[in-house]
Design a protein around this ligand. Sequence first.
Ligand code: NDP
Ligand code: GDP
Length: 325
Amino acid sequence: MSKSALVTGITGQDGAYLAKFLLSKGYEVHGLLARRATPTTWRLKYLDILDKVDLIDGDLTDIASIVRALLECRPDEVYNLGAQSFVATSWAQPILTANATGLGALNILEAIRQVRPEAKFYQASTSEMFGKIQEPVQSEKTPFYPRSPYGVSKLFAHWMTVNYRESFGLFGCSGILFNHESPLRGIEFVTRKVSDAVARIALGVQKELRLGNIDAKRDWGFAGDYVQAMWAMLQQPEPDTYVVATGRTTTVREMCRIAFERVGLNYQDHVVIDPKFYRPAEVDILLGNPSKAKEKLGWEAKTTLEELMAMMVDADLERVRREIK
Ligand code: NDP
Ligand code: GDP
């Protein structure tokens, strides 16, 4: 009998890669589909899996719809990837972010407790919970200090996952994932904003790229690698918390240099600093220690930042070429 998984946020970057990975492992894949005015399934189409997954209408802020989804697909594993995931937006819409990203996780935990307690649960936690870092290299033992409504909401969801594990014996895992990117990354995130701009500038349809704080440093990996760690956590004998990262940190500036170099351009000729993109409180630097994931899950990041940016720039070049033809 094949295993069944329910993925919230299946239309997002990670949801799409995870669904593809689970299908390759023989899973029956169900996804919670939030109602929007226009279709949101382009990533599933891009990976050629739209007709291979079962989409169930529902929203993380509506516990009744989650209960219905759980009863309908009776999953062995639930991956909670749904969230308002963009840090900058979380200051403009803090209540929505808390509802979807924070309380949404509690809704799903509570629904699992009531109607599907045997299901294993994965919570998409984030390095943004480390925020104003308390240790130079962040591990599972590093204290948290979130710096945005997004980070605070995710911290609530993280502790609820730990609490439901300890209180009710739910198999709840929290994956503290550092930034991970791909050609399917949302266009407002900095790597994708850069790869899209590099493609447009190279093809002559854009001149400059306006960015905020390019001295910020991130530990960037490839989303396709990271979803495998999510799955591996749920295959362990005991539920636990894991940091997933590359162990290398790079400035936004250096990431730009790498991306522009892919098309033979110098980022300094095109990047313009625009204070509009500064944040009310910044996370200056993130650097993860993935040793526990390596030791317990046998997981390691396989894609370098150079390979990642090349992949993203090439995909955007192809797309922009099609658009302007
Ligand atoms: P995306 O923003 O690409 O995807 C978010 C998904 O959540 C979308 O499918 C979106 O649906 C869905 N969603 C939003 N609100 C609701 C809601 N109220 N009910 C149901 N679904 C909802 O994020 P990523 O794929 O990049 O990230 C996946 C998860 O991992 C997120 O929780 C994110 O916060 C977390 N994370 C991501 C990191 C990264 O670097 N990518 C790092 C660490 C954690 P729709 O398409 O309709 O908007
Ligand atoms: P985050 O780490 O989840 O906030 O991921 P982002 O990709 O949105 O941002 C990564 C870093 O890039 C943050 O420190 C931002 O302040 C910085 N950054 C600088 N300019 C920009 C920009 O124009 N857009 C975004 N999204 N981030 C920027």
